[in-house]
Design a protein around this ligand. Structure first.
Ligand SMILES: *Cc1c(COP(=O)(O)O)cnc(C)c1O
Length: 356
């Protein structure tokens, strides 16, 4: 049942037949349509699906000057049965509002997020490529649109969902470095929100690390750089003595990933014991040194599981066991991929089927 009337302006002809599926690069190709809805100061108005394309704004809109801008990221998959499935979108709708609250922005009814998303996916189903490894990356985002140079929360906002087809995400195992100087998020700050500015702030330290040959940073706490936090777009996990470890999201410095939550749910259902708490860098160091750490990986929507092949802590490089030997994380990757593609059963009701 549709609770909202979403007007739709269909693009003719679709550009999907012109896509070069072999040579897609992440984030550069966009589907035919986008979902748009505006907050007018009182309510969300004029929900619509329109052809993807430029928008025009006054140069004084506050998102540009003061950074009230938040986003989400999730994926849709097409199974061998031709059906489009989207993974746990209600988690993203909820998290968007968590971010909105922290950034003093308007909250969006979760039902409007979901209805706009499912309608958009139904219309752009041809952009979800069925071959293994392909998916449609979904980018919901919201930004402040009031034309005013004073610093205050904007009265008006725009929420948009755009989508971008992406190819098999194979990046191989990654080299990372534990960051002991720069900070991603401080207690009391905005680290638990998917706020645009968090990512701007991490670009410079990430660039320094990339120049040293590292793909990602592992952030540590702002106070003493003593506790492990997460990576730039992924939560951090390791297996030590058969216990699955991941830093707690109870503080407000770590982004609570949907992938993280899914992994913890699977681990729990498989009887794998879990430690979620504050974890010291020295625990990781000791476990890598004495061989009690058998798996080390990042977890996020982009890669699902990004295996870490080497990690620098202070001046020392550590190499966890080879990826083929990491039974737990390999099983997680296989299970999540199978559920998302509709090949495996979905015992937790994670997948939403898109009705064509
Ligand atoms: C988005 C994000 C993650 C991963 O979240 P998922 O919902 O699993 O994609 C982890 N850390 C940060 C900082 C992020 O922005």
């Amino acid at each position: 049942m549709s609770a909202y009337s979403i007007r739709t302006e269909v693009k003719h002809p679709s550009a999907s037949s012109a896509v070069d599926w072999e040579n897609l690069t992440f984030g550069r190709t966009f589907s035919d349509h986008m979902f748009v809805v505006d907050f007018d100061g009182n309510q969300w108005v004029d929900p619509r699906i329109v052809p993807y394309g430029p928008m025009s704004f006054d140069p004084a809109i506050s998102a540009i000057h003061y950074g009230q801008s938040i986003f989400e990221g999730l994926k849709a998959f097409k199974g061998n049965d031709g059906k489009v499935r989207v993974f746990r979108p209600e988690m993203n709708a909820r998290r968007l509002n968590h971010s909105a609250k922290r950034m003093c922005m308007a909250e969006l009814p979760e039902s409007l997020f979901l209805e706009g998303l499912l309608k958009l996916l139904a219309l752009d189903a041809a952009w979800v490529h069925p071959e293994d490894g392909y998916s449609l990356y979904i980018r919901p985002f919201m930004f402040a649109t009031e034309t005013y140079l004073g610093i205050k929360p904007s009265d008006t906002y725009r929420f948009v969902i755009m989508t971008s087809p992406v190819k098999a995400y194979y990046q191989g195992a990654i080299r990372v470095k534990v960051e002991r100087h720069y900070t991603r998020a401080a207690s009391g700050g905005t680290g638990s929100a998917k706020a645009a500015g968090n990512y701007a702030a991490s670009l410079y330290p990430a660039k320094l690390a990339q120049e040293q040959g590292f793909r990602q940073l592992i952030w540590t706490d702002a106070a003493n750089h003593e506790y492990l936090e997460e990576s730039g777009t992924m939560n951090l996990f390791f297996m030590r003595n058969g216990l699955l470890h991941t830093p707690t999201t109870e503080s407000d410095t770590i982004l609570a990933g949907v992938t993280r939550d899914s992994i913890l749910t699977l681990a729990n259902s498989w009887g794998v014991p879990i430690e979620t708490r504050r974890i010291k860098v020295t625990e990781l160091q000791e476990g890598l040194r004495d061989g009690s750490i058998t798996e080390l990986f990042g977890a996020g929507t982009a890669a699902t599981i990004a295996q870490i092949e080497s990690i620098r802590i202070d001046e020392e490089d550590f190499t966890p066991p080879p990826v083929e030997e990491r039974a737990f994380s390999n099983k997680v990757a296989e299970t999540l991929t199978g559920i998302k593609k509709g090949v495996l059963e979905d015992p937790f009701g994670w997948v939403h089927l898109v009705q064509g």
